[in-house]
Design a protein around this ligand. Structure first.
Ligand SMILES: C[S@@+](CC[C@H](N)C(=O)[O-])C[C@H]1O[C@@H](n2cnc3c(N)ncnc32)[C@H](O)[C@@H]1O
Length: 367
């Protein structure tokens, strides 16, 4: 586990890396090839996490994929996709060489798509290399994926640096054809309601375990059909992965007052049965944040899902930014503040990353 060197508090905001692979070899019903990355052994997964400075603390799997709760967030392993999400002072991008070595050399896979995203750190000056700035992160990513079609987007408000969203997208082939409909929702919440955050502290007298936290907080009601693997930290903090078929949800909570933070992410759900507004509402009911952001990445024909409605009771939507991604998908980023929070200024997509980075990095803003 990475020791948090910040004397101020724990960095809740996660870094998230998603790498999708394709087979280089023809598969003749070879079960080893069909299982792809799921063939990685526990020591091999540990060797991926070691450079990032985090460890596996719990696991739940189904026929489609494996999910792991980490000392700092989560790992999801599908046959052809790996999603690593880490927080605190972890060095997520240092895991890339090991992931690529195992996927390409041991499993004969090739990289087809890469997505890296994160919000704005609460304590940016305590992040280690290569996470000291987005510029540094883009340079690190380009070392491995710069040969693909790669773009980096820095979406935010120059007057409000702590609401930025950072996204790096790289793809082997620029095409939106044959993309399966897939939606990823990433919510970042700050200023949690103190009473709601109190659930995520272990009580010394009546010990509260992770399962109780899941039920008492209402997390189990967000997508009730998900099978949940939860974990409580000492003296406080909570993480969970929920799984169903090829979809997952994941929640991470830093409940300490002054730097409280919670994240909610869901991917692979049926967009006709899980709708944006009620989903966001159920998550907000659990945490009652003073501010939050939602980043929705849509692939295939599912863009309507993110654009359908932005109304959230008790909050006003400060801004909506739409960004087409080089991989063919579309990102919709929305920021909200509780109705009693002062209005924020206009958000825009800045070009400064493009100015300092290599040629493959551009920043475009559609809205
Ligand atoms: C649950 S982890 C997940 C972080 C997640 N990204 C978030 O902030 O929502 C962070 C919380 O667990 C607490 N914690 C306690 N022991 C920890 C450990 N060994 N590693 C990481 N977090 C720990 C931290 O103080 C913090 O409240």
């Amino acid at each position: 586990m990475a020791i948090d060197p910040s004397p101020i508090g724990f960095e809740g905001f996660e870094k998230r890396l998603e790498i999708t692979f394709s087979h280089t070899l023809t598969i003749f019903k070879d079960p080893t090839k069909v299982q792809g990355l799921r063939n990685l052994t526990r020591p091999q997964l540990d060797s991926i996490l070691e450079p990032a400075c985090c460890t596996i603390v719990a696991q739940v799997s189904n026929t489609e994929f494996d999910s792991y709760v980490l000392s700092e967030s989560s790992l999801f392993v599908y046959p052809l996709k790996i999603i690593l999400k880490t927080c605190g002072t972890t060095k997520l991008l240092l895991s890339i060489p090991k992931i690529l070595q195992l996927a390409t050399e041991s499993l004969s896979l090739t990289v087809s798509n890469v997505k890296y995203s994160r919000g704005s750190f609460i304590f940016p000056s305590y992040q280690p290399a290569p996470h000291r700035s987005f510029t540094e992160e883009v340079a690190a990513l380009n070392q491995f994926f710069g040969e693909l079609n790669a773009e980096a987007y820095f979406i935010g408000d120059p007057n409000d640096r702590n609401r930025d969203w950072h996204i790096y997208s790289a793809t082997e082939e620029i095409s939106s054809k044959n993309q399966t409909d897939e939606i990823t929702v990433e919510m970042c919440m700050t200023g949690l309601d103190k009473k709601k955050a109190a659930v995520f502290f272990k009580k010394s007298e009546e010990h509260t375990d992770a399962c109780e936290m899941t039920k008492m907080s209402g997390i189990s009601d967000i997508i009730p059909s998900h099978v949940i693997c939860d974990f409580e930290f000492d003296p406080c903090g909570y993480s969970m992965n929920g799984i169903e078929d090829s979809g997952y949800s994941t929640v991470h909570v830093t409940p300490e007052d002054g730097f409280s933070y919670a994240s909610y992410e869901a991917m692979g759900f049926d967009p006709s049965s899980v709708r944006f507004e009620p989903l966001v509402k159920r998550v907000l009911k659990v945490f009652g944040p003073s501010e939050f952001s939602v980043a929705v990445t849509c692939r295939g024909g599912s863009k309507w899902w993110a654009l359908e409605s932005g109304d959230v009771e008790g909050y006003y939507c400060e801004k909506v930014v739409k960004q087409e991604l080089v991989s063919g998908g579309c990102l919709v980023y929305k920021t909200y503040a509780a109705l009693d929070t002062p209005t924020k200024v206009t958000m825009q997509c800045r070009k400064e990353v493009a100015e300092v980075e290599s040629e493959v990095v551009v920043c475009r803003c559609i809205s």
